[in-house]
Design a protein around this ligand. Structure first.
Ligand code: PHE
Length: 341
C-alpha cells in the first residue's frame, strides 16, 4: 500500500493548480477535499493503519495537507458572495426588518409637560425617596401621630417604631427641601406615591403626584391663584375656566380645591364632569404657619403656597382615559395610542 506521502502528493498538485471560475467550482472543491466524505477525512481514517512509530509524522503530514486545502478554499471564498449576489439571493434594495420602537408612557408625557410649564416661571424640579420616615411624610407636615388627618392617607408600613412608610404624597419632598434649602424656594416635586386603597377604575394603591411649593417674603393667595391659572391655560387651553372651593388640608391654611371647566363637554354636562360642568384637578393652599415653624422659618416674615395634583387625573382629563388600571397594565394597545405626543 502506498505511503501516506505518496498518496497526498497528486492531491497537493491538484490543490495548488485549482483555479475556480465561480462559486459552484469552489463548492465542488470543498466537497471533494473538505466535505464529510472528502479526501482529508478519508486519509485521516487511514491513520489507524499506520504503525504506532510512524503516527506522529503521519499526523503532521495530514495536518499540513488539510491546511493547504483550507487555505486554497479561503483564498477564493469571495466567489461565494459574488455567486449569491448574481443569483439575487440577497436583494439589498428590500426594506430592512422593522425594529419596533416603544412609546413614552402617557403619564411621563404629561409629567414632562407639567415640568415644562412650571420651569418657564422659575420652578426647579426636586425629587426624594419613596420610602419615607414618619417625620417627613406626616409629622412635620402638621399631621401628628394619632391625628385624624392621617386617615385620609393610609399607606403601607415598611417598619414600625420608628415608622417607615411608602410615602403618601410628594409633600415629603417639600419637607426635605424646606429642611435643607435656603429661602426663597420655588420647587415642583413629581413622583410616585402610595395609598392603601382597594384597586378599581377610580383608585389604585399607587399613583403619581405633582406638587409645588413657593416660600418667600410676601407670597399671597393671589400669587397662588395666578400661578395655577397660568398652569391651566398652558395645559388645557385659554378658554378653560377655573374655580376655587374652600377645603381642608392639615399642611395649608386656608386650603382650597381647584376645579376647571369640563374640557370634554365645555360645561354642558357629561360623564367626565358628572354633569356638573366642572372637574376637580388639585388641592392647594397657603403653607400652614406650624409647618414653617417646624423647619425653623418665621411665619411672621415668610409665607408660601403649595399645591398638589395627581398626574393620572390630569392625563385622564386631557386624554379621556376612564380607567386608572390602564396606566399600569402595560397593554401596548393602550400605550400605542400616545405615539408621537
Ligand atoms: N399632599 C396633598 C395630597 O396628597 C395635596 C396637596 C398638596 C394639597 C399641597 C394642598 C397643598 O392630597
Amino acid at each position: 500500500m502506498a505511503s501516506l506521502q505518496e498518496q497526498i502528493l497528486p492531491y497537493e498538485q491538484e490543490i495548488n493548480s485549482f483555479n475556480p471560475a465561480n462559486a459552484a467550482d469552489l463548492e465542488q472543491f470543498r466537497i471533494r477535499f473538505l466535505g464529510t466524505k472528502g479526501i482529508v477525512k478519508l486519509l485521516a481514517n487511514e491513520m489507524k493503519n499506520v504503525p504506532p512509530e510512524g503516527r506522529r509524522e503521519a499526523g503532521m503530514l495530514l495536518n499540513s495537507f488539510k491546511q493547504l486545502a483550507e487555505g486554497r478554499y479561503e483564498q477564493f471564498a469571495h466567489l461565494k458572495d459574488e455567486g449569491n449576489a448574481n443569483a439575487a439571493a440577497i436583494d439589498t434594495s428590500l426594506p430592512g426588518a422593522p425594529l419596533p420602537i416603544g412609546t413614552r408612557h402617557p403619564l411621563r408625557i404629561v409629567e414632562n409637560r407639567i415640568v415644562d410649564i412650571f420651569s418657564k416661571i422659575g420652578f426647579s424640579v426636586a425629587t426624594g425617596p419613596e420610602i419615607e420616615d414618619d417625620w417627613h411624610n406626616f409629622t412635620s407636615l402638621n399631621m401628628p401621630e394619632n391625628h385624624t388627618a392621617r386617615d385620609m392617607q393610609d399607606t403601607f408600613y415598611v417598619a414600625q417604631n420608628p415608622d417607615w412608610v411608602l410615602r403618601t404624597h410628594t409633600s415629603s419632598v417639600q419637607a426635605r427641601i424646606l429642611e435643607t434649602t435656603p429661602l426663597p424656594v420655588r420647587v415642583i416635586c413629581p413622583g410616585r406615591v402610595y395609598r392603601n386603597e382597594t384597586i378599581s377604575a377610580r383608585a389604585h394603591c399607587f399613583f403619581h403626584q405633582f406638587e409645588g411649593l413657593y416660600v418667600d417674603k410676601n407670597v399671597s393667595f393671589a400669587d397662588l391663584k395666578q400661578t395655577l391659572y397660568y398652569f391651566v391655560t398652558e395645559m388645557f387651553g385659554p378658554d378653560t375656566k377655573v374655580r376655587f372651593r374652600p377645603s381642608y388640608f392639615p399642611f395649608t391654611e386656608p386650603s382650597a380645591e381647584m376645579d376647571i371647566s369640563c374640557t370634554v363637554c365645555g360645561g354642558s354636562g357629561c360623564s367626565l364632569c358628572k354633569h356638573t360642568g366642572w372637574v376637580e384637578i388639585l388641592g392647594c393652599g397657603m403653607v400652614h404657619p406650624n409647618l414653617l415653624r417646624n423647619f425653623g422659618i418665621d411665619p411672621e416674615v415668610y409665607s408660601g403656597f403649595a399645591f398638589g395634583m395627581g398626574v393620572e387625573r390630569i392625563t385622564q382629563i386631557k386624554y379621556q382615559v376612564n380607567d386608572l388600571r390602564l396606566y399600569s397594565q402595560n397593554d401596548v394597545r393602550f400605550l400605542r395610542q400616545f405615539q408621537g405626543l
